[in-house]
Design a protein around this ligand. Structure first.
Ligand code: AMP
Length: 241
């Protein structure tokens, strides 16, 4: 897909800035899809998980509070995450648009985001990665991440070419603390309780939303499906693939 080609979403109230909001349980492939979408659309990828891990790395009081919540699988307070996202959107690289991966995760965050998008007249599509929770737990438990470029590698699919080593930069991979099975289960519980209602909020508020059944597809197949669905939304035909 050529970058931004044919995206007429939100005509009448839109600028040229595009926003894709990826919503799905932990392990549903939001990060992978965001990276593929970033390549095809040439827009920025904003992962709040990655922004928060950078915040933790600063090692100050806020960083330690954030680390404790993340390690327990709990959500970080809305105002902390919202401020990080707002600052990131102001940075160069977001002028064409951005993909939000892991934000918003609460209805309050969604309301804050809706205000920000409306102020900037950003054209927005919500993409819901609809995957089975049991698949998620199996997929996510024990996956590894590159501490340098933050790319994630799966155990069953999406494994690195050399075990334990990042394909991109050769850094030694590690398992994130919040990818331990008991923490994954807590993250899924939090998703169901706090993040599922975000989808209802977006639908009720009239944002174009596409539901993408994701369990039985490879990341590339999923990316193709997402592009088809996005095009359908832009053409005013919002049905499932
Ligand atoms: P992720 O890398 O997206 O799976 O996020 C890892 C962890 O970061 C989550 O389990 C939360 O503790 C925290 N986190 C990420 N995004 C948010 C958000 N939008 N709101 C609150 N906490 C978040």
């Amino acid at each position: 897909m050529s970058p931004g080609a044919g995206f007429g979403v939100g005509a009448g109230m839109s600028s040229n800035i595009l926003c894709f909001v990826l919503v799905g349980p932990p392990g549903s492939g939001k990060g992978t899809q965001a990276r593929l979408l970033k390549q095809s659309m040439q827009i920025a990828h904003i992962s709040t998980g990655d922004l928060l891990r950078e915040r933790v790395a600063l090692g100050d009081e806020v960083g330690r509070m954030v680390a404790d919540l993340m390690d327990a699988g709990e959500l970080v307070p809305d105002e902390v995450v919202a401020r990080l996202v707002e600052q990131r959107i102001e940075q160069p690289g977001c002028t064409r648009g951005f993909i939000l991966d892991g934000y918003p995760r609460t209805v309050n965050q969604a309301q804050l985001l809706a205000r920000l998008l409306a102020l900037r007249r950003v054209r927005t599509i919500v993409i819901h990665l609809d995957v089975d929770y049991r698949v998620v737990v199996a997929r996510i438990s024990g996956r590894q991440q590159c501490p340098s470029c933050e790319r994630l590698y799966g155990v069953t699919s999406g494994a690195p070419k050399i075990p334990g080593v990042c394909d991109e930069d050769g850094t030694k991979l590690r398992v994130r603390d919040d990818d331990r099975e008991e923490v994954v289960r807590e993250r899924l519980r939090v998703y169901e309780e706090q993040t599922q209602p975000v989808l209802a909020f977006f639908k009720k508020s009239g944002y174009p939303c596409v539901d993408v059944p994701g369990t039985d597809r490879t990341p590339r197949e999923l990316a193709t499906t997402i592009e088809v669905l996005i095009r359908r939304v832009c053409e005013g035909r919002n049905d499932r693939v």
